[in-house]
Unconditional design. Structure first.
Length: 284
């Protein structure tokens, strides 16, 4: 079998166009959705991600503020900046790019964001809302992965979904969203004994471990939908996922490539969350 390749770039454009309609409707009512992106320090990858987020706002006609703070910014200064953004009516979404430098307590920072502006969905109130089936803001990467399944017509109900990775940003929220859609969910970690025994039983396999090509074709059930959230740089400079694409595509039914799979969906769902935050604020 050769898998159907899930074209994240095309689907992301399609979803963005849907949200642009909603953003334009808000603008016609005098409300321009606004996103503040805060970055502390000089991490090159983070700077690229943040630049892409600001660019996406411009493409959709959203207002954005890019706040770049030096690496030695005191925690109190960052908290004061967030308090200012919480009070700013032109800002509907606030995102603090992670990781933050070690001297800053990231939990304290995430907890200080107004949950109604928490477009990353990382505030404990939004995590709790997701866990209890009352989702307010879904974290953008797993939300994008769910959207890919939906747009490809891959049903979730009753299926066995296996999530490899248990991070707060991807693995845990992904598992909760799949559970909410009535999948039977298994969460594996890097310490799971006989990982292949679990992955081979997955109808839907989501991999977010940060380990290049760790899932190979022999670990995949024939016909499974494989969602690769990883993005790793190989010694030759090329990007690859957590799944060994070449062997996996011979077994899977559907597979996301890296790059061009889940990646383009992340920023799209950030735009969606920002527009939704603005819609909720305008309805008040
Ligand atoms: N760093 C890596 N992924 C993310 C994300 O989704 N949001 C934020 N704020 N930082 C990240």
């Amino acid at each position: 079998m050769t898998a159907k390749i899930i074209d994240g770039k095309t689907i992301a454009q399609e979803v963005r166009a849907e949200w642009k309609v909603r953003a334009d409707a808000l603008k016609a009512r005098g409300v321009t959705p606004g996103l503040a992106v805060v970055i502390v320090g000089e991490d090159p990858a983070s700077r690229i991600y943040v630049g892409n987020k600001v660019k996406a706002c411009a493409e959709l006609g959203l207002h954005s503020e890019h706040i770049a703070l030096p690496a030695d910014t005191p925690e109190a200064t960052l908290l004061a900046k967030i308090a200012e953004l919480n009070a700013n009516p032109a800002i509907h979404g606030i995102l603090v790019q992670l990781p933050v430098p070690k001297h800053i307590n990231s939990d304290k920072v995430l907890n200080s964001i107004n949950p109604e502006k928490d477009v990353d969905g990382f505030h404990p109130m939004n995590v709790g809302a997701l866990a209890t089936g009352n989702m307010r803001f879904a974290p953008c990467t797993p939300y994008g992965a769910m959207k890919l399944l939906d747009k490809c017509g891959i049903s979730i109900e009753g299926k066995h979904a296996v999530v490899v990775g248990r991070s707060n940003i991807v693995g845990k929220p992904m598992a909760l969203m799949l559970l909410q859609q009535n999948a039977t969910v298994t969460i594996c970690t890097s310490r799971t004994r006989d990982l292949a025994r679990h992955t081979r039983d997955a109808d839907i396999l989501v991999v977010a471990t940060g380990k290049a090509k760790m899932i190979t074709g022999d670990m995949i059930k024939p016909g499974a939908a494989v969602i690769d959230v990883g993005i790793n740089r190989l010694p030759d400079g090329k990007l690859c996922g957590d799944v060994d694409f070449d062997s996996a595509k011979e077994v899977a039914g559907y597979i996301t490539p890296v790059p061009g799979g889940v990646g383009p969906m992340t920023i799209t769902m950030l735009m969606a969350n920002t527009v939704q935050a603005a819609e909720r604020a305008a309805a008040k």
